[in-house]
Design a protein around this ligand. Structure first.
Ligand code: GAP
Length: 492
């Protein structure tokens, strides 16, 4: 898969636009268009349903983006949330020092009288031992020595722009959960193990954003902090280690359940030097993105680091009373943390197919029906026939009460089908002359419509009154195969 193909589809079909495009665009911020917002809402809704509503051990939260600045001191973000960066002295571009070695570089080697070499990615010059010293962008400027750059966006609360009023846009949703730990404990009285989930925006001043929505400066996270008693044992193992493995399995299975191909997913165990300052162990779920295997989400064992830090900095107790052992403990935390935008990109890439149908290319997004931004498209075969248009309009209005349903009459039927395929609409309904009849010829309509299924392109003929029940089946737990057995086929 080529990323440009998805970027172009997203723009053309109203999924994702460059932010502030008419002003030349804002660096690495993206706007979700009419179909993009439906897809994104579906991802968040399914994640929330599966991970919060269906589980007896989970509750939700929606904390504010602007928090007390001490939160970020206590969490370690002020001191540790940095990337080493280098600047080009010539063109002033900025790069992450640890990414400079990711591509080959041009080198005029002093050890060979200035001969020009292309040095392979990640290697020093084999003649003089130098590492990349010139800008990868302009090729001329010397690079500065690495400096630590904090990724948090600063802002000011209140009318005065002074240091005392300074705070940050949150770089992760997690801290909103930790600082509310005691509020949730006191109000909901949950028993360990239990989790608190949150979906919301996060902001990072990334030095090298890119790869479309994969790494941007404003994005959304779906995070869970799952609190366990570190003194408990489950199936012979320490509770935190047991639950860490359980959550890794749950998270990977979630992507597969909504259609992601298993061979495009793998796990990456962080080596000791990769671990964040708070983590005992972290496993990433990686997706085979067009630029290579990259992190889709991470599942970390954050131990008791955050609760202890916040207790110490705020002076408030953040403990749980273990009734059995009659003691106060600080829970350990397992943190499944996923990016909504990254998940959306992976779902789109995974669903994209180019197929040949009767000598023509068909682009189709084979999105899981629960993810598809539009579930049903109602299409009139002839827009000049008022009865057809009226019936199609009524159908759209009825079905829209339960599912995202659109009406489109802006092209011929073949073109309309292709457009719906390209945005992943699982079902199209066509209203035709047979449906409404022809009063001029004294012919009554059969009040049946054609339903076309996206992936097989098979069509069946269904009485209009049966549509709501049929779609409840098709967009619920039913299958197309079961439904087609009950209705006559229509010619494609
Ligand atoms: N609370 C832990 C945490 O924030 P992270 O690995 O920095 O951990 C978690 O981020 C997830 O958030 C990532 O796996 C990714 O899906 C998403 N994410 C992080 N930075 C991002 C960015 N700049 N743009 C888009 N998504 C991002």
């Amino acid at each position: 898969m080529n990323m440009d193909v998805i970027v172009s589809l997203c723009k053309r079909r109203g999924f994702i636009f460059q932010s502030s495009e008419i002003y030349g665009g804002t660096g690495s911020c993206w706007d979700y268009g009419p179909l993009g917002v439906e897809l994104k809402n579906n991802i968040k809704r399914l994640w929330w349903r599966d991970n919060v509503q269906l589980r007896p051990d989970m509750v939700g939260l929606d904390a504010s983006i602007l928090m007390h600045p001490s939160v970020w001191k206590a969490s370690g973000h002020v001191d540790h949330f940095t990337d080493p960066m280098v600047d080009c002295r010539e063109c002033k571009r900025r790069f992450r020092a640890d990414q400079l070695d990711e591509g080959p570089w041009l080198h005029f080697c002093p050890a060979t009288k200035g001969n020009k070499f292309t040095v392979p990615a990640g290697e020093p010059c084999k003649h003089c031992g130098a590492r990349r010293t010139l800008c990868p962008e302009c090729g001329k400027g010397e690079l500065t020595a690495p400096r630590q750059f904090n990724l948090m966006f600063k802002t000011f609360m209140g009318p005065v722009e002074e240091d005392a009023a300074m705070t940050y846009l949150r770089p992760e949703t997690a801290q909103g959960i930790f600082v509310n730990f005691d509020n949730v404990l006191q109000s909901m009285r949950p028993k360990l193990p239990f989790g608190i989930a949150q979906i919301g925006k996060a902001f990072r001043n990334e030095i090298t954003p890119g790869n479309f929505i994969f790494r941007s400066r404003e994005f959304e996270q779906m995070e869970i902090e799952y609190f366990v008693n570190p003194r408990d044992r489950v199936e012979g193992r320490a509770a935190d280690e047991y639950w860490h493995d359980r959550w890794i399995d749950v998270c990977e299975a979630w992507f597969v359940r909504y259609g992601m191909a298993g061979e495009n997913l793998k796990r990456h165990e962080h080596a000791a030097d990769e671990l964040a300052h708070y983590a005992k162990r972290t496993v990433d779920i990686m997706y085979r993105f067009p630029m290579g295997w990259s992190e889709l989400m991470g599942i970390a064992n954050r131990t008791d680091f955050d609760l202890k830090q916040h207790a110490q900095t705020s002076g408030k107790s953040l403990t749980y009373f273990d009734e059995e052992r009659k003691e106060h403990i600080v829970p350990f935390v397992i943190e499944p943390s996923a990016g909504v935008d990254r998940a959306l990109l992976a779902f789109l890439l995974d669903a994209y197919r180019e197929e040949e149908v009767r000598g023509d290319k068909r682009v189709v997004l084979r999105l899981h029906r629960e993810l598809a931004p539009v579930k049903i498209a109602v299409l009139p075969l002839l827009k000049k026939r008022p009865e057809i248009v009226a019936t199609a309009g009524e159908l759209r209005a009825t079905l829209a009460r339960e599912w995202t349903t659109v009406y489109d009459d802006t092209a011929g039927i073949g073109r309309l089908y292709r457009r719906q395929d390209e945005v992943g609409t699982p079902y199209c309904i066509t209203v035709d002359v047979q449906t409404v009849g022809d009063p001029d010829k004294g012919e009554a309509g059969d009040r049946r419509v054609t339903i076309r299924e996206r992936d097989s392109m098979e069509q069946i003929r269904v009485p209009i009154p049966e549509l709501p029940a049929l779609f409840r089946e098709l967009l619920g737990e039913g299958t197309w195969a079961a439904v087609t057995a009950r209705y006559p086929r229509a010619n494609a």
